[in-house]
Write a protein that binds this ligand. Structure first.
Ligand SMILES: Cc1cc2nc3c(=O)[nH]c(=O)nc-3n(C[C@H](O)[C@H](O)[C@H](O)COP(=O)(O)OP(=O)(O)OC[C@H]3O[C@@H](n4cnc5c(N)ncnc54)[C@H](O)[C@@H]3O)c2cc1C
Length: 377
């Protein structure tokens, strides 16, 4: 892995930095974090600016070094995060790019890059979370469509999404992993009910989906019928391996802000707190190295490897530790939800569950990286 920048990549960095310095001051203020329609408009608007300036593609097909430069510089400059474009840009899009037909790539990729279409992820069900292969939402062929019936849960951004990467059971008689298909479901199809779920932080960022005879064209299936589990592994590799990398850069910036606040309010005099912030600095530096590894591997092989589970595991805990340390620096003010970091602290609790729990990541690391015996089933 050689991540030393070439002169061409440094030129890319200089151009990007200059462009960011020009556009960021004119951006409208960020919407309230609980205003999802406002956030969609803001996030897709930013994506459109990236597209017009030629930077939208960088997550997908640029060199690993350029991707890392993009993340570093956008974060350093305080540019908006992918936000509502998370699923489309960072795991549904890459899955379609890797597994879709030419027609599917033509149909779905460009609108994601342009910020025209937002995606959500319909994988989990009330009785199928960690054991995803036990999902029961049925899809029955009727002519050139699947008729989909079932329920999904914890579907982030469902209320503002145009498309859903949906897992369905197309062969109920096959072993669990063999009867699943991966579909692109239009969220405006008749038969879809979206019921928002309110989180601890007050946001309705995810929802329950009820699917009652929803017709999804067979042409919207990505990968072969009943081969959806393999396609799902591609999606999850992107989700765990590279989708959160921009957030690590953001956490490093937050850590620097927390340290500055600590110096300002005197809590820095506490050696235990200082050591805690120092340990976090080391942890995020190590995570950044892991990201370089994952992004470089994805660049070389096309799809991030199983090492994404190591990253996901460490990152989820480091993020929680960061916001706990921020609360220690703020003291009682941390209970005020209008203070910086308070909402982030609440939402960080979900990170050891979302995209696969820490226990599941440990199982994957144990079985697929360390070669330990499989857990009894
Ligand atoms: C913020 C957030 C956003 C999410 N967004 C989406 C989304 O957009 N789309 C989507 O499809 N899903 C989404 N999810 C759902 C998420 O993927 C699931 O919650 C997660 O996979 C866990 O499944 P579960 O909730 O059914 O828990 P369960 O599977 O019931 O697990 C309960 C507990 O048992 C443990 N456990 C289960 N099996 C094992 C095992 N074999 N060994 C050891 N421990 C085990 C788990 O680790 C966990 O601690 C989101 C979740 C959160 C928190």
């Amino acid at each position: 892995m050689d991540l030393a920048s070439t002169p061409e990549e440094e030129e890319f960095r200089a151009r990007l930095t200059e462009w960011l310095a020009g556009v960021l001051p004119a951006l409208p203020p960020r919407p309230d974090p609980l205003d999802w329609p406002g956030r969609r408009a803001y996030d897709t608007g930013w994506q459109r600016r990236l597209y017009d300036a030629g930077y939208a593609q960088v997550h997908w097909d640029a060199s690993p070094a350029r991707r890392l430069i993009f993340l570093e510089e956008t974060e350093r400059a305080g540019a908006p995060y992918v936000g509502a474009n998370f699923v489309g840009l960072l795991h549904a899009g890459p899955t379609i790019a890797a597994e879709g037909t030419a027609g599917q790539r033509d149909r779905w990729l460009e609108p994601v890059l342009r910020g025209d279409e937002v995606w959500c992820q319909g994988f989990s069900e009330p009785d199928a979370g960690s054991d995803l292969a036990s999902l029961r939402t049925r899809a029955v062929r009727d002519g050139d469509a699947y008729v989909v019936t079932g329920a999904k849960i914890w579907t982030s951004h469902a209320e503002i999404a145009d498309w859903c990467e949906l897992l369905v059971r197309t062969d109920p008689d096959a072993p669990p992993h063999r009867g699943i298909s991966w579909l692109a479901m239009p969220m405006d199809a008749p038969g879809i009910t979206v019921r928002p779920l309110r989180t601890l932080a007050g946001s309705a960022e995810f929802a329950q989906l009820f699917l009652d005879g929803v017709r999804v064209p067979v042409a919207n299936r990505v990968g072969a019928e009943n081969d959806g589990w393999r396609v799902t592994m591609v999606t999850l590799s992107y989700e765990r391996g590279t989708a959160f990398v921009g957030e690590v850069v953001a956490c490093r910036r937050t850590l620097a802000e927390v340290a500055r606040e600590s110096r300002k309010n005197g809590s820095w005099d506490d050696p235990v707190l200082r050591r805690r912030l120092g340990a976090l600095h080391a942890e995020f530096t190590a995570l950044w190295r892991l990201i370089q590894w994952n992004v470089s591997e994805a660049g070389a092989t096309g799809v991030p490897g199983v090492g994404g589970s190591v990253f996901k595991l460490r990152y989820s805990h480091a993020r929680q530790d960061l916001y706990e340390a921020a609360a220690a620096v703020l003291g009682p003010d941390a209970l005020d939800l209008d203070r910086p970091w308070s909402l982030d602290r609440l939402s960080s609790l979900s990170y050891t569950i979302a995209a696969g729990t820490s226990q599941i990541q440990r199982n994957i690391v144990a079985e697929r990286i360390l070669g330990l015996p499989k857990e009894p089933r």
